[in-house]
Design a protein around this ligand. Structure first.
Ligand SMILES: *Cc1c(COP(=O)(O)O)cnc(C)c1O
Length: 352
C-alpha cells in the first residue's frame, strides 16, 4: 500500500513466476525452459543483427517474423499477430477480445496468469472445475460466457485435449471468442491452427519460449482470422508500437525457419519424458499422462511440499503449487537425460 499508487495498483495481485536462483550446480527443472540451446542459426542471426542498425527503430509489423510463422503453419500472413512474449500477446487478448459483460471462463486449475490479467483489466471471470482426474471436459463449459480460454495441453497438468473436443467447444459457442494457449503443443499435441479457417471465433496463441529454446528472447504470437488479428493490432497500437526489437525479430525468424533443429530437440524432449515418467512410476509416483515438456506427479506416501524441500536441499529445483487439489503434486520440467537422472537419484535418496 502506498499513497502514490492508483486504486488499480493497490488492488493488483501479480503473477509469481518460478524462481531463477543463482546456485552453483543447480538442476533447474522448475520453469519449463528447454534444456537445449537455441538453434545455431538463431545465434548467428542475432549476431548479424547486432550492428549499426540498432540506432533505428525495428519494423513495427515484424514482417519477416510473421512471414516465417505464416509459412510454418500454412496460413496467410494477415492471420498472424506478434508480440513480446506470449504473456504480452495474452494480455492484449484479455483486454482486446475477452472483456465482455458475461464472465470469461477458464479451468480452476490452469495457468495462474489468467486471473492476474482479469484483475489488471477488470474482467469478470468464472472458473470451471477440472474433473476428478484433472481433465478439461468441454461439456462443463455450457454456461453463458463472454469468452473461453485454456492452455492445451493444460498447465500445470500436462493433459492434452483432443482436437475433436476443441472443435465441439467452438461449435457450441459461436458467439464467444475461444482462445487456445498452445505454449506446450509441440511436445505431443495437434495444433488447433488447422481449425482457424473454419471458425471465426478461434484464436491460437503460441510462444518461442518452450519448444524453440528462446525464453530469454521474449517472442510469442497468435493465429486467427484477420478480424481477430485486427482487434489485437488496435490494442498493440495503443500500448507499444515496437514490441519486438531488432534482435528478437532476427532470432525469432531464424527459429521458425530452422524446422530440422526444432524437430530434433522436441523429439529428444519427448523421448526423455517417456523415460522419466517410467522412472518416476518405478519409484511409486502417480504420473499424469503428459503432452508437455513437464510431468505432473504425486507420491501416495510422501507429501508434495516435503518432496519439494528435499529436492531443493539436494540442489534440484522443481515447481510445487500450494493450491487446493494439486498441493500434493510436483511439476517437473523435462531436462536432459542427465538432469532427469540427477532428479531421480535425489528422489531415491529422499524416499529411502
Ligand atoms: C510459459 C507459458 C506462457 C508464457 O510464455 P512466454 O512467451 O514466455 O510469455 C503462456 N502460457 C502458458 C500456459 C505457459 O506455460
Amino acid at each position: 500500500m502506498n499513497r502514490y499508487w492508483s486504486r488499480v495498483t493497490q488492488q493488483l495481485t501479480p503473477y509469481v513466476p518460478g524462481e531463477q536462483p543463482q546456485i552453483d550446480g543447480l538442476i533447474k527443472l522448475n520453469t519449463n525452459e528447454n534444456p537445449y540451446p537455441p538453434s545455431p542459426r538463431v545465434l548467428e542471426a542475432i549476431r548479424d543483427a547486432a550492428g549499426e542498425a540498432l540506432r533505428r527503430y525495428p519494423d513495427p509489423e515484424a514482417t519477416s517474423f510473421k512471414a516465417a510463422v505464416a509459412s510454418f503453419h500454412g496460413v496467410p500472413a494477415d492471420h498472424v499477430f506478434a508480440g513480446n512474449s506470449s504473456d504480452e500477446v495474452l494480455a492484449h487478448v484479455f483486454v482486446g477480445l475477452l472483456k465482455h459483460d458475461l464472465p470469461l471462463l477458464f479451468p480452476d486449475i490452469t495457468y495462474s496468469f489468467y486471473p492476474v490479467y482479469c484483475g489488471l483489466y477488470g474482467i469478470e471471470y468464472c472458473t470451471v472445475p477440472l474433473t476428478a482426474d484433472l481433465s478439461i471436459r468441454v461439456q462443463d463449459y455450457g454456461i453463458p460466457n463472454g469468452g473461453i480460454i485454456f492452455p492445451n495441453p493444460n498447465a500445470p497438468t500436462g493433459r492434452l485435449l483432443p482436437l475433436d473436443d476443441i472443435e465441439a467447444l467452438l461449435k457450441a459457442h459461436p458467439d464467444s471468442p475461444v482462445v487456445i494457449d498452445e505454449a506446450y503443443i509441440d511436445f505431443g499435441g495437434t495444433s488447433a491452427v488447422s481449425l482457424v479457417r473454419t471458425y471465426p471465433n478461434l484464436l491460437v496463441v503460441q510462444t518461442l519460449s518452450k519448444s524453440r529454446s528462446l525464453a530469454g528472447l521474449r517472442v510469442g504470437y497468435a493465429i486467427g482470422q484477420p478480424h481477430l488479428i485486427e482487434g489485437l493490432e488496435r490494442v498493440k497500437g495503443s500500448f507499444n508500437s515496437y514490441p519486438l526489437d531488432r534482435l528478437a525479430i532476427a532470432g525469432a525468424t531464424a527459429a521458425m525457419e530452422d524446422v530440422a533443429y526444432f524437430e530434433q530437440t522436441r523429439r529428444a524432449i519427448m523421448a526423455s519424458r517417456t523415460r522419466l515418467a517410467e522412472q518416476l512410476a518405478q519409484l511409486g509416483f502417480e504420473v499424469l499422462p503428459s503432452a508437455a515438456n513437464f510431468v505432473f506427479a504425486r507420491h501416495p506416501a510422501h507429501d508434495g511440499a516435503a518432496l519439494f524441500r528435499g529436492l531443493r536441499e539436494r540442489k534440484v529445483l522443481v515447481r510445487h503449487f500450494k493450491q487446493p487439489r494439486i498441493d500434493q503434486y510436483l511439476r517437473i520440467t523435462i531436462g536432459t537425460d542427465a538432469e532427469c537422472d540427477a532428479l531421480v537419484a535425489a528422489l531415491r535418496e529422499i524416499l529411502g
